[in-house]
Design a protein around this ligand. Sequence first.
Ligand code: BG6
Length: 475
Amino acid sequence: MKFPENFLWGGATAANQLEGGYHEGGKGPNLADVLPGGKVRMKLLSQSGFDYEMDTEKYTYPNHEAIDFYHRYKEDIALFAEMGFKVFRMSIAWSRIFPKGDELEPNEEGLAFYDRVFDELHKHGIEPLVTIAHYETPLHLIKEYGGWKNRKLVEFFERYVTVLFNRYKDKVKYWLTFNEINGATHFPLFGLGFSATSDETRLQESFQGLHHQFVASAIAVKLGHQIIPGSQIGNMLIYAPTYSYDSNPENVMHALEDGRIFNFFCGDVQVRGEYPTFINRYFKENDIQIEMEEGDLDTIKEGTVDFISFSYYMSRTEKKEKTPEEVGEGNLIGGVKNPFLKASDWGWEIDPTGLRIALNELYDRYQKPLMVVENGLGAYDKVEEDGTINDDYRIDYLRDHIKAMGEAVEDGVDLIGYTSWGCIDLVSASSGEYSKRYGFIYVDKHDDGSGTLERSRKKSFFWYKDVISSNGEKL
Ligand code: BG6
């Protein structure tokens, strides 16, 4: 495999799944703090009308402590450096900077924490790649304003990013605006910070929220370019190539329609700077009206992203008419079971070729540099008596996906980096479990809250180190 020189190898995380210290350093509560651990989380995420109240008698709240990166970041960054990371993807918790979200002045302690993290990364020659919003909207903005349904959030976000860009202009060059922005209609709570009022209003509310995020993202791109000359600001999508179940033209058409709304709608707005024409019919048929302010479309046009980043975990297989039995349990973003694919322990279908398809589809459409900023296998790990963790299944998974990226590079795709998800074990976003592990680094922490939080190197740690030092040749 030949990867470009200076290819950005690394790992990815998000503040709420990693940091802990949930009310330290002046941090305010955010969405992740009120999401319980365990299977119930997915139910809450998918249904309408969540009330954001905690019930500590009934549930655990693993994001409060997460893996305590807040206190252990030096040790963790040293381990990333040992693997040879060139880049580390992390997010800033908005509510560390603005505890409620609508204040005029930021919280100095929160800002200082990220200064320390960035300094530590640079000390080891690791470039930070920072997601500005990763499923951690300040709780106050959710409860008082209704999350991104409310236009006011554009103003608060503008204030937040202005503070970030000014403060970290000498430390951070790579930024991403909204994590998995196109997941909004499936899980509005995660990205848009609201639980739909009802199933009937879900689409209308989600697309309105997305419009506000498009404007906010474009404002961030423009500001970033002004404040940090040479900065690279990307969008972030969940990308799932959408296959037709068979060659029945009805299914092919359905896969095309469904796939482009899911995969391309947000990208078209953020990369091309325009709402695509195909969305008009969808809006009409679903009775969706977007309220826009004068100047919004110009802002969107002026604030197109420099590169496209995306997460890749699975493809989707679509069929026009489907029975509940045909839908796979892990197909969180739609589709039916694909008879050609095996799935992870959580039912996520494993499809390395789908990553090559994703890269080609995105590059054919946009001709912009691409970065895979999430990919990985959530799996149960076993610690042997001698303390080793032989995660060959994870190595196999990653090897196959890296090979697929190499093929895409051969195909002519401009791929600039790869940060595998959860490079250190952390709290799962969709299930709030510790036991769904992605890391090269094992963290001794368990679903029942027990564990020392001690870190240890898995077999994949040494394997990834070789991958990086050989620039992807030694797989
Ligand atoms: C992505 C998110 O959807 O997938 C991450 O951006 C998340 O926050 C990752 O952790 C893996 O999903 P999960 O549910 O297995 O943690």
